[in-house]
Design a protein around this ligand. Structure first.
Ligand SMILES: CC(C)(COP(=O)(O)OP(=O)(O)OC[C@H]1O[C@@H](n2cnc3c(N)ncnc32)[C@H](O)[C@@H]1O)[C@@H](O)C(=O)NCCC(=O)NCCS
Ligand SMILES: Nc1ncnc2c1ncn2[C@@H]1O[C@H](COP(=O)(O)OP(=O)(O)OP(=O)(O)O)[C@@H](O)[C@H]1O
Length: 194
């Protein structure tokens, strides 16, 4: 079974593209979602997060996402420490999950792939792109976030110009029909290569 990475900056449309692959029968691992589940369920992560952020890291037993986001996205050192706690656990969880899947290939959707220099862990990497202003507009519409909050996250991610040369397949996600056609094409190419 092949392991494919699907990445792209915030608001590029990773989840939208992942859903298109899912409709083609491809098992998808959504790292953002699974990371948050693990931050909720793993006692080890909980303890480390409370050590790092204090008791406010959890509120009524639930991960205090707003507080953690506000703390880390303007503090690269703190973000690095958070990443160091969460990413290895997510990686292990993904590997275990992939071993239970029965398909020609699976996709790990993750915002931080080239940032973590993780391209070597995948057979192929798909990069989703869209112009920065388009991404900001989408996020302003989707989330209850300010432009500054969005830019703070973007500033902790690599620019597309750095990621483009590292990707095997690129999907410029502007027109959804074109994106869907590109997904079909990449799906065939992944099934074909050995
Ligand atoms: C700070 C947290 C609690 C905020 O949660 P929230 O629900 O607001 O955002 P969510 O996790 O859904 O992420 C949305 C987007 O933000 C960006 N983002 C998230 N984490 C990071 C990060 N560590 N570095 C840069 N960008 C990030 C990505 O583009 C991601 O797709 C959460 O993002 C987090 O715990 N991040 C650190 C762990 C991590 O890297 N998770 C993502 C993949 S493993
Ligand atoms: N081609 C498109 N045309 C119009 N809207 C789109 C397009 N692609 C995605 N969107 C919308 O833009 C928003 C962001 O898309 P999506 O959630 O797929 O991005 P993402 O890269 O997964 O974001 P994040 O990094 O925050 O997880 C969503 O509301 C989605 O419906």
């Amino acid at each position: 079974m092949k392991i494919i990475g699907l990445t792209g900056g915030i608001g590029s449309g990773k989840t939208t593209v992942a859903k298109m692959f899912e409709e083609l029968g491809v098992p998808i691992y959504n790292s953002d979602l699974e990371a948050k589940k693990l931050m909720h369920t793993s006692k080890t992560i909980r303890k480390k997060l409370v050590d790092l952020f204090g008791e406010t890291a959890y509120q009524e037993g639930k991960l205090n996402r707003a507080y953690i986001a506000q703390s880390v996205f303007n503090d690269p050192k703190l973000l690095k420490r958070l990443n160091k706690i969460v990413h290895p656990v997510v990686r292990k969880h993904f590997v275990k999950w992939s071993e239970t899947q029965n398909a020609p290939y699976v996709i790990q959707e993750t915002a931080l792939l080239f940032e973590n220099n993780a391209q070597g862990l995948y057979d192929k990497v798909i990069l989703v792109t869209a112009p920065t202003e388009v991404r900001i507009k989408r996020l302003l519409e989707r989330d209850n976030a300010t432009r500054e909050e969005i830019l703070a996250r973007m500033n902790n991610q690599l620019e597309d110009s750095k990621k483009l040369p590292l990707a095997d397949y690129v999907i410029e996600n502007i027109d959804l029909e074109k994106t869907s056609a590109k997904v079909d094409e990449i799906h065939s190419r992944i099934l074909d290569f050995s």
